[in-house]
Write a protein that binds this ligand. Sequence first.
Ligand code: HEM
Length: 469
Amino acid sequence: MEIVSPTVIIFLGCIAFLLLLQWKNLRGPPCIGGWIPWIGAGFEFGKAPLEFIEKARIKYGPIFTVFAVGTRMTFVTEEEGIDVFLNSKRVNFELAVQNLMYRVASVPKNIYLTLHEKLYIMMKGKMRTFNLYQFHEQLTEELHEQLKNLGTHGTMDLNHFVRHLLYPATMNTLFKKDFFPTNKSKIMEFCQHFETYDKGFERGSQMPECLLRNWSKSKKWLLALFEENIPDIKSYTAGKDNSMTLMQGVLDIIKMETNEQKSPNYGLLLLWASLSNVVPVAVWTLAFVLSHPDIHKTVMEDISSVFGSPGKDKIKVSEDDLKKLLLIKWCVLEAIRLRAPGVITRKVVKPVKILNYTVPSGDLLMLSPFWLHRNPKYFPEPESFKPERWKKANLEKHAFLDSFLAFGSGKYQCPGRWFALLEIQICVILTLYKYDCTLLDSLPKQSFLHLVGVQQPEGQCRIEYKQRK
Ligand code: HEM
C-alpha cells in the first residue's frame, strides 16, 4: 500500500480549511421553507405573519430567511442587520417595492423607476416641517366642518367616527378642495370601495388581480374616480398664495417627465398612502387616551389651559398651541410605536454580510418596526402605553426616539410623517375640545395580520360623544 506523503496531507488540509472558510462566508442565514416546492412556508406564514416572524426569531436567532411563494425574505432583528438595512448601498428600496406598485396601482415598473426619486423629493419638500403651516388652516377648517355634521351628541363606532373626520379633511387638503363627495350615496360608495381596496391591499400586492374579484372591482372604481377628476384637480387654484396641492405637484412631475396627461395610478397610490395609516393611528390614539383616565384628565386640562372654556365655535390651532400640547403629540407617537407597521423592506442587490452569514442578492431584506418596538432593550416596558417616554426625544429638532422606525428610515423615509402627525394631533384636539367622549367598549384588540402598514383594530369599539358645555 502506498503511503500518502505528509506534504499531500498538509496540502489537502489547507484546501479543506479554505473551503470551510469560504463555506462559512457564503453560508446563508437559517432558512425556513416547507415541503411543497415554491409555496415553501407560504401557508404557515400567511396565516399569522407577525406571530410567525417572532416565533422564528426565538427559534433561529437574530437573522433568518423565510422562503414563501417563490420569494426569499431575510429578516433582520438586531443592530448589525438593522444597520445594513438602513445604510448599506447593497440594498435598494425602489427595487423592493416596484412589483407592489404594479400590482396595487398598475404603475408600470419602468415608469415607477423613472419617476420615483423626483416624486419623492417633491413630496418630501412640500410636507417638510417648515412648510406645514400651509396645511394648518385648511385641515382645521375641514375638521370643523365634519365635526359640525356630527351634531351635538351621538354614539358611533370609533372607526367610523374617525373616518368621517379624516377622509374628507385629508382628501380635500391634499388633492383639491371639495374632492371628497358631499352627496350621501356617493360618500357611501366611495367608503365601500376604499375600504375594500384598503383591506385587500396586502393580498393585492401578492396575488394576481384576477383571483381577487371584489378587490379588483374596487381598485378599478377608484382608478376611474381619479381618471374623471384629474382635469378638475389640475385646473384647481389652491390657497391665497397660489401654492399647488400635493396631488397637483405629482401630476406636474408626471406630465413633465412622461408627457402623460392623466395618471390615475398615482392618485390611487397617494390616496392609499395618505389614509391607510393615519386613520387607524387616530383611532388608536383616541382609544388609548380615553381608556387611560389619568392621561385623559391631563389632556383635557391642557386643552382647557390653551383654548379656555369649551363652547367657542371654531378654535384655530396654531403651531404655538401645538407646542403647548406636547402630551397629545406624545400620545400620537406612542400609539404609532405600539401599532407600528409589520415590516419595511429593501432588495439585496449585491451579496451582503450580516453577522456570520452572507445574504444573497435577490433576497428581500425585511425589518419589522412592530417587533423592534417591542424589544425591551430599546423600549422598556414595551407593551405599556407610556406617552412620557417621548420626553427623551428631541422633537424640537424633529428627531424621534432611537430605534423608532414606524416611518422607516434612511433615504426614503415616509415623506408624509410630519403631515400625518399634524393631522392626527389637530383631529384629536378638536374632537376633545368639542365633545366629552367615552368609550363604550374596552380597548380593541389589534389584528396580527398586517405586514404592510400599521395594525388595525379588531372588533367593535363604540365612542359616545356629547358636546361640552
Ligand atoms: C401614521 C401615519 C403613517 C405611517 C406610519 C407611515 C409609514 C410609512 C412607511 C413605513 C413608509 C416606508 C418607508 C421605508 O421603507 O423606509 C412610508 C412611505 C411613504 N409614505 Fe407614509 N406613513 C404615514 C403617513 C403618510 C401620509 C399622511 C402620507 C402622505 C400624505 C404618506 C406618504 C408616503 C409615501 C408617498 C411613501 C412612499 C415613499 C417612497 O416612495 O419613497 N405617509 N410611510
